[in-house]
Ligand binder design. Structure first.
Ligand SMILES: [Zn+2]
Length: 268
């Protein structure tokens, strides 16, 4: 964050960028992990960097993990092997051996990939089956938990932060019917606005690659009263960029020199 602060103008996601002349940076976070409040906010405030947090509302305060984290905990955790995992599903149902690490990694890779192709209630049923298989409950790991409503309110109260919506269940919108998409988009906006008592005008698509949303998603976001939406494919934003598909560069857990090198490649 210090490197960004010293090298670039830093804008807010919701601002109009049309008159920006030099390369500038916008910082965003997706999903709504508790560490956004616990770890990121103190750094942003200390360095003086504005950031937008796109929040999935379905698990706020639940102490449960997002589905990809729970899937990882249930399959790759160090609990004893309960025997082969049999998935009950009309399309993908089958059995996987789980004897060793290799088996578990294969099971995890398969289910993680397939879960990206199904809706939320079917995915919840898969997780239920995994919990029963592993003999574990829904309680998530502290490091992975979503924000509580109170933490979200405190995060939102900072002058450096903007809160955006990121659906309720974090399902790829392109998988859903128009009505289901509308619920995901409108309900997450409403839930955030009720909690924060102010308007929420920006959105980001779950997963956010061009396969994960469609024209209907964009229209529904516009109709819901959003002003701009973030996607998740790499690129720069220019005057001619579609404000409903703002590209973003994913930043990993890099050390400083890698970050600096990757960042300069973003401008290439
Ligand atoms: Zn997300």
């Amino acid at each position: 964050m210090n490197f960004l602060r010293h090298n670039f103008p830093i804008l807010r996601f919701e601002e109009e960028w049309g008159t920006v002349k030099e390369p500038a940076v916008v910082v965003t976070f997706d999903d709504g992990y508790a560490d956004n409040f616990l770890q990121a906010l103190p750094i942003l405030e200390e360095v003086g960097i504005p950031a937008t947090f796109f929040i999935s509302t379905g698990l706020l305060g639940s102490g449960q993990e997002f589905w990809w984290d729970e899937m990882e905990r249930l399959i790759l955790g160090d609990h004893a092997d309960p025997g082969p995992f049999r998935l009950d599903d009309h399309q993908y149902g089958r059995s996987w051996p789980t004897l060793n690490r290799h088996d578990r990694l294969a099971l995890h890779a398969d289910l993680h990939r397939l879960a990206g192709k199904i809706g939320a209630s079917r995915r919840d049923y898969w997780l239920e089956q995994l919990r029963a298989w592993a003999g574990l409950n829904r309680n998530g790991r502290e490091a992975n938990r979503p924000l509580t409503p109170e933490e979200l309110r405190l995060l939102a109260a900072s002058r450096w932060t903007t809160i955006g919506a990121h659906t309720v269940t974090h399902t790829p919108l392109a998988l859903l019917t128009e009505e289901e998409q509308r619920r995901e988009i409108v309900d997450s906006k409403k839930q955030l606005e009720e909690l924060l008592a102010h308007a929420v005008t920006v959105f980001s698509y779950p997963f956010g690659t061009k396969k994960d949303y469609n024209r209907t998603s964009i229209r529904l976001c516009r109709e819901a009263g959003f002003r701009k939406a973030a996607a998740n494919f790499p690129g720069q934003s220019h005057r001619w960029t579609d404000p409903w598909q703002v590209p973003r560069q994913l930043v990993r857990n890099w050390d400083m020199s890698t970050f600096a090198a990757e960042l300069s490649s973003f401008w290439a």
